[in-house]
Write a protein that binds this ligand. Structure first.
Ligand SMILES: Cc1ncc(COP(=O)(O)O)c(C=O)c1O
Length: 401
């Protein structure tokens, strides 16, 4: 089968809800993807921030083989060792006290909203204390609760009515946050660096104001680190840069190193909101996914691993700043660690296509933001090779852009 044939085949049997790249992937090795004709692509997207250890990582493959022979699934009616082992690791790196496992980012966000509303209700913190504040440009998922907290109207409008009780606040606008806060607010959800919204970081001042206002109004602060967490920015979690602690953390993306796995981390007290039967999932926290997650966090914890991500991130930023100096249509370079972006002043989809043609997988978000989320194991040489290719592509952008 070739690309044309798979496109045709899929169009006959699948929903048409994805706009796919013209790339028919056969396999991956380290940071390189191979199509069915043997063409190689340097991957700077990691399956949207999932394949953080690249492809066919020997330790992950080994653990996977071992666990496959033992147990893949058992449900949450029974015990297996890896859920608690992974939980302990996540608590160790986050300073939280309890973990819940699910299958995806949107499920982690849904659980966090139920937790926040249930916490206010069960602790009798006030009548109608069920409002959630969320940010302009945010992305938290596509199921009803998480979609209600997601900013982009094109994702929301056709599917209303959405869940009531969500209100948007301007990113980094402390006054707007203060104005919208009251005792009816049970939670604030924030991506400390917004991913889909265009790689925009929240300021220390804004995060601190959110922390203080949550304290004052007995609301819970949720940091959605689904994209920015677990090493992506060169820290276990981006919020650790500021030392501002949330009440709840949502995680997913790289946690299962390719298998669906999400998590909610919180304090013991807040976790007690959910008694038996209050929340659950059939698949969440299965032995195979959790064992892979456990191995992944062990690798993150190895000496120098996060520092290497930070250093490579700085190298990447420098390369992008070189391009900004050279090309007037580049309006901004943003990012932290291996979550990087370069914003241009024209729709950037064509640049993504040209990168693909040249053998590089990247992505555009918010229309004009080229976003880079490479595997953590990318090398400086690979980053430099990509920057050179992007320079060549930029050099051909018409002057009137
Ligand atoms: C910050 C953030 N939250 C939530 C989600 C939703 O995750 P999922 O696609 O696994 O449901 C995403 C996905 O891109 C995300 O980036």
């Amino acid at each position: 089968m070739n690309l044309k044939q798979i496109e045709e085949f899929e169009s006959q049997v699948l929903f048409s809800n994805y706009k796919k790249y013209p790339l028919f992937v056969q396999k991956g090795r380290k940071c390189t993807l191979y199509d069915f004709e043997g063409k190689r692509y340097l991957d700077l997207l990691s399956g949207i921030a999932v394949s953080a250890l690249g492809y066919n990582h020997p330790r992950i493959a080994n653990v996977m083989r071992k666990q496959l022979k033992k147990l893949i699934h058992i449900s949450n009616l029974f015990y297996h060792p890896y859920q608690a082992l992974l939980a302990r690791k996540l608590l160790e790196i986050s300073g939280m006290e309890r973990a819940f496992f699910c299958n995806s980012g949107t499920e982690a966000v849904e659980a966090s909203f139920k937790l926040a509303r249930g916490y206010a209700y069960k602790n009798k913190l006030g009548e109608d204390k069920n409002q959630v504040l969320t940010l302009d440009d945010s992305f938290h998922g596509r199921t009803y609760g998480s979609l209600s907290a997601t900013y982009n109207d094109t994702y929301r409008t056709p599917f209303g009515p959405l869940v009531p009780g969500f209100q948007f606040v301007k990113r980094n606008a402390v006054e707007d946050l203060r104005a919208k806060f009251n005792d009816k607010v049970c939670a604030v959800i924030i991506e400390p660096i917004q991913g889909e919204g265009g790689v925009h970081a929240c300021s220390r001042e804004f995060l601190q104001a959110a922390r203080d206002l949550c304290q004052k109004h007995r609301a819970l602060l949720i940091f959605d680190e689904i994209q920015s967490g677990l090493g992506r920015t060169g820290r276990y979690f981006y919020f650790q840069k500021f030392g501002i602690r949330p009440d709840i953390i949502t995680l997913a993306k790289p946690l299962g190193v390719g298998l669906p796995l999400g998590s909610v981390l919180t304090s013991k007290e807040i976790s007690l909101t959910f008694g038996p039967g209050d929340h659950g999932t059939t698949f969440g926290g299965g032995p195979l996914a959790c064992r892979l997650g456990f191995e992944f966090v062990k690798i993150l914890q190895e000496e120098g691993f996060l520092a290497d991500i930070r250093e490579k991130g700085e190298f990447f930023t420098q390369k992008l700043l070189d391009l900004k100096r050279k090309y007037p249509f580049v309006v901004d370079v943003r990012g932290e660690g291996l979550m990087q972006a370069i914003e241009v002043n024209f729709p950037a989809r064509e640049i993504v296509n040209q990168c693909l043609e040249a053998g590089f997988v990247i992505n555009v978000t918010a229309g004009t933001v080229l976003r880079f989320l490479p595997p953590y194991i990318i090398t400086r040489k690979e980053i430099a090779r990509f920057a050179k290719a992007l320079d060549k592509i930029f050099s051909k952008v018409p002057a009137d852009q």
